[in-house]
Design a protein around this ligand. Structure first.
Ligand code: FAD
Length: 270
């Protein structure tokens, strides 16, 4: 059974600069890292390799320099690293990113059964949290988001039980395998590569799959397959905050007060 970790290489900064003319990220001069949430996805993949003997695969879609992230995954212990890279994949929004990653996973399914696809809960650059669910829907996998603990995996019954970390509560969910799981930081503590593993990974092969392998309609990938249209990206000017009904215990009265203020400020039409 294969476990896949989807990892994205992202700029190593939370202060992402936006080109005001093209509305795209300024990528020059910025070091890249594995998206922090994806390091936890990778770690869980490795733990399942250790505990269940699953085959661990790291997958990334990106430009040729994303190979660095996949090489790091090899140094940590994955069995295979695959880079999905082709000019026609460039300029992808979340829809076409999910399309390409799903097609690659489908290709892996021709080789062996897929048990789990791990993704981070979101990236620190795009931040949409759409790619994982997009993969689950396209592949017809169970969708388990915001997971902070794997409770149980029953490979015989093909089920998995996880804990989801929601706002102010936890949810225990059992689902059928194969599953797509998005993970939060609390799931685990990522390991560091050992020096021998790092040296070995420098010589290990990162597989490169282009659209020749995936055979996707070029109109469904990259810029052509991306219906997202970015009209403008900007940092919002923050107005001074205001606390309404401080100390109020009645949620209905608080909600009514909020609606009144929004209507007064022409922010809500009733
Ligand atoms: C408003 C907006 C406009 C954009 N415009 C453009 C554009 O014009 N051109 C352009 O090139 N990009 C653009 N992007 C970026 C592009 O949509 C994303 O890089 C990509 O689709 C992934 O989405 P995300 O970063 O939001 O990932 P999320 O959905 O937040 O990621 C969730 C998880 O999915 C997995 N994942 C996501 N992306 C990858 C990947 N590439 N490989 C492997 N795993 C992955 C990871 O496990 C990740 O933790 C834009 C994004 C936004 C939000």
């Amino acid at each position: 059974m294969i476990v896949v970790a989807c990892i994205k290489q992202v700029p190593d900064t939370t202060q992402v600069q936006i080109d005001p003319v093209t509305n795209t990220l300024v990528r020059e001069g910025i070091p890249f890292i594995i998206n922090p949430y994806d390091t936890h996805a990778l770690e869980e993949t490795l733990r399942l390799k250790d505990s269940h003997g699953f085959k661990a695969v790291a997958l990334s879609m990106g430009p040729p320099n994303a190979e660095a992230a996949l090489r790091k995954a090899l140094a940590l212990g994955v069995d295979r690293s695959i880079l999905l890279s082709d000019r026609v994949f460039g300029g992808a929004d979340t829809l076409s990113t999910s399309n390409v990653i799903s097609a690659a996973i489908r290709r892996l399914m021709d080789e062996d059964e897929i048990g789990i696809v791990f993704c981070g809960k979101q990236t620190i650059d795009g931040d949409t949290a759409q790619v994982g669910p997009g993969i689950a829907v396209r592949l017809g996998f169970s969708q388990l988001t915001l997971v902070d603990r794997i409770e149980r995996i029953d490979t015989g019954a093909r089920t998995i039980t996880v804990r989801r970390k929601l706002e102010g509560r936890y949810e225990i969910v059992e689902a059928r395998l194969p599953a797509m799981i998005t993970v939060v930081r609390e799931l685990n503590r990522p390991r560091y590569p050992t020096v021998p593993m790092r040296l070995a990974s420098a010589k290990a092969e990162v597989e490169r799959w282009s659209n020749e392998e995936l055979k996707l309609d070029v109109n469904s990938v990259g810029l052509k397959g991306s219906p997202t249209w970015v009209s403008r990206i900007f940092s919002p000017q923050r107005a001074q905050g205001e606390i309404l009904g401080d100390g109020m215990n009645d949620p209905v009265a608080a909600a009514l007060m909020l609606v009144d203020r929004l209507v007064e400020g022409d922010l809500l039409a009733v």
